[in-house]
Structures are given as structure tokens and as C-alpha cells.
Design a protein around this ligand. Structure first.
Ligand code: UDP
Length: 195
């Protein structure tokens, strides 16, 4: 992997197309691949939170989701190729899921947001496989049920919108039991998808 280190976090030196190729590759593999989308705020948090920085460095695809990272990389003399927006990569992954008949699960957002996003996708991509969804406000007890639900529904792709660093920690802590090919932290992109 060709990466650039910024304040201790390794960011993939990829164009949008190269990131897309990685998604296709991940879908052909067995273990759950983690996609993270750091911007400058993530890095400010990661510097203060060692768990968060280690988790980001365990990501399988870590895209520069902000022009600040691209500028910083030039400053360090190891330029990233371009900004790769998490929201756009999420949209691309949804298109891939649709054409490859892979199933999607949405976890996160306020009550009704994940459902609205699912509905909109179904209108845009008739027959798209939405395995399930759940809002992002739950206690420990509910979390067990959510994980059981995900395990039972076997989605290929899980989009997690709990805000950073909560979503990255959730993905990291659960990656071995989800059974998915891809888990991606998407933050506010889920709200955008829901409109
Ligand atoms: N969110 C959630 N549960 C939480 C905290 C946040 O589901 O405990 C959702 C929130 O509703 C929003 C998304 O996570 O849809 C992104 O939140 P935030 O704006 O904090 O994150 P950012 O996009 O700035 O990383």
C-alpha cells in the first residue's frame, strides 16, 4: 500500500478511481475490510486519542476526505494524489452494490434517517438489496440485538454513521463478527443520502 503519514496517521495515496478498484477487490475477499474517511478534524482528535489513531492505522482503505489533508501532505513533501470525498465514495459503493447485487445495512443517524435513506435508494435503484437498518442511538442491550440482527441478515456492506470516532471504534470492535465484506464509517453522509 502506498500511504502518506500525517501526524502519525497513514493515509492512502489514491485517486478516486484507485479507491474504487480497492472496493471491488474488497468485495471479492472474505474478511471484513474497514474503510475510514479522515479529514483534518479526525486527525486533531486522533492526536489526542491513541485508540482512535491506532484504529485509523488499522483501516484497509483510509481516504483523504478533506483538502486540508492534501495540503498538509504537500507541506510534508509527500503529496497525496487528490481529495477523495467519503460521501462520493459511499455513493460509488452503493452503485457497485446495486450492479453486483450485494446487500447493504445502514447503522446510524437519528430515528428514521437510515430508513429514509433506504427508501430513497430503493426509488433510485429498484430492487437494490437493503438487508436492514437501525438508528444510531442505542444502549448496550440494544446493541447486542443490533449485532444479532446484522449477523442474521448477512449484509455484504455496512455503512456506519455514529460520528467520529465512535463509528470507527464500533467498526473496529465488531469487525470479526459482522460477516460483512466492507464496513465503512460515513458520518453525516448518511443524512445527505436521506435528503
Ligand atoms: N450519530 C449517531 N449516534 C451517535 C452520534 C451521532 O447516530 O451517538 C449520527 C448523527 O445522527 C449523524 C452522524 O452520526 O447522522 C454524524 O454525526 P456527526 O455530525 O457528529 O459526525 P461527522 O459527520 O461530523 O463526523
Amino acid at each position: 500500500r502506498d500511504t502518506v503519514e500525517i501526524v502519525g496517521i497513514n493515509i492512502d495515496k489514491v485517486t478516486f478511481e484507485e479507491a474504487e478498484d480497492r472496493l471491488l477487490d474488497f468485495l471479492r475477499q472474505d474478511e471484513t475490510k474497514m474503510i475510514f474517511t479522515p479529514n483534518s478534524e479526525f486527525l486533531v482528535d486522533a492526536v489526542k486519542d491513541r485508540d482512535f489513531s491506532e484504529i485509523l492505522n488499522d483501516g484497509d482503505l483510509v481516504i483523504p476526505d478533506g483538502i486540508g489533508l492534501v495540503i498538509a501532505s504537500k507541506f510534508y513533501g509527500m503529496p497525496l494524489k487528490e481529495k477523495v470525498a467519503g460521501c462520493e465514495l459511499m455513493t460509488k459503493l452503493i452503485e457497485i452494490a446495486y450492479s453486483e447485487k450485494k446487500s447493504i445495512y445502514f447503522l446510524g443517524g437519528k430515528e428514521g434517517v437510515a430508513e429514509e435513506a433506504s427508501q430513497r435508494l430503493n426509488d433510485k435503484y429498484p430492487g437494490i438489496k437493503i438487508a436492514g437498518f437501525h438508528n444510531g442511538y442505542f444502549d448496550e442491550e440494544e446493541e447486542k440485538n443490533i449485532i444479532d440482527d446484522i449477523i442474521q441478515k448477512r449484509p455484504d456492506i455496512i455503512f456506519v454513521a455514529l460520528g467520529a470516532p465512535k463509528q470507527e471504534k464500533w467498526i473496529y470492535n465488531n469487525r470479526h463478527r459482522l460477516g460483512a465484506k466492507i464496513a465503512m464509517g460515513v458520518g453525516g453522509s448518511l443524512d445527505i443520502l436521506a435528503g
